[in-house]
Design a protein around this ligand. Structure first.
Ligand SMILES: [Zn+2]
Ligand SMILES: [Zn+2]
Length: 254
């Protein structure tokens, strides 16, 4: 789903329904469409992959319309329950402003009538990010952990070291199919995640080499391939290549 302007989608986001379980609730500016969908599709529970408003934007609506308390990682409960004042313009245009919602903490496993999902804490993109793994089918509901094998930019608040650990953790499970929130269904899950891990390790090595040879942050950014100009302008610098440099050079865990 996506908000459109003049017939063009601003930013695609997916939500999934599996056996009555809604994985994320979509952006707040699509509340009307989500409200109709969740009633028609018989949603019985909802899980949050992470607090970003394109993923948790209609949680309050679920509580009001269907008396469902969505679940989220314990570290995300406060963020989702809080009003965010003055989010940047690009987020208001693309997704709208989230209505605060009460959410409950996830356990280690999440059950539906037919499936059992292992809840895997996968910080990096966001500190409260989780992925859901169904071991029988080897499905991974990957939230924003995958997105693409090669990323062109990073958000300012992302932690690339945590992201690498999270990728290794889910790769060890050898998932077969990924259900990515922005890419849709992705086959050969483990191979795709492995490509992303290899890309990031290579990028990190280049950044550290350039830093070791005396280049400063801005110079290293310029030396990296590809242009992030449009994303940088659109997001006011929140998405940029420079964030990769900062995150890789930041000591682990800080
Ligand atoms: Zn996100
Ligand atoms: Zn997202």
């Amino acid at each position: 789903m996506a908000r459109t302007y003049l017939g063009r989608a601003v930013y695609w986001t997916g939500i999934y329904l599996v056996d009555g379980l809604l994985v994320d609730s979509g952006p707040p500016n699509l509340a009307r469409e989500v409200s109709r969908l969740v009633r028609e599709l018989g949603v019985r529970q909802c899980v949050t992959t992470h607090h970003h408003e394109d993923h948790s934007g209609n949680h309050a609506l679920l509580a009001g319309a269907l008396h469902i308390t969505p679940l989220a990682h314990a570290s995300g409960l406060d963020r989702i329950a809080r009003t965010e004042h003055h989010p940047p313009l690009y987020r208001r245009v693309a997704w709208g402003i989230r209505v605060p919602a009460r959410v409950a903490p996830l356990d280690a496993w999440l059950e539906t009538p037919r499936f059992r999902f292992q809840v895997i804490h996968t910080p990096g993109h966001a500190a409260d990010h989780v992925a859901l793994y169904e071991p029988q089918r080897r499905w991974l509901f990957s939230g924003d952990l995958y997105l693409a094998p090669k990323l062109r930019y990073l958000r300012a608040d992302e932690d690339v070291h945590a992201m690498l650990d999270s990728l290794r953790r889910v790769l060890a499970l050898e998932p077969q199919v990924l259900f990515c929130q922005h890419r849709g269904r992705v086959e050969h899950g483990a191979a795709r995640l492995g490509q992303k891990l290899a890309f990031l390790l290579d990028l990190g090595e280049r950044i550290r080499d350039l830093h070791g040879s005396g280049l400063r942050e801005a110079e290293i950014t310029r030396a990296l391939p590809g242009s992030d100009l449009l994303w940088r302008i659109w997001t006011g610098g929140d998405f940029s290549k420079r964030n990769f440099v900062r995150s890789f050079l930041r000591p682990r865990g800080t």
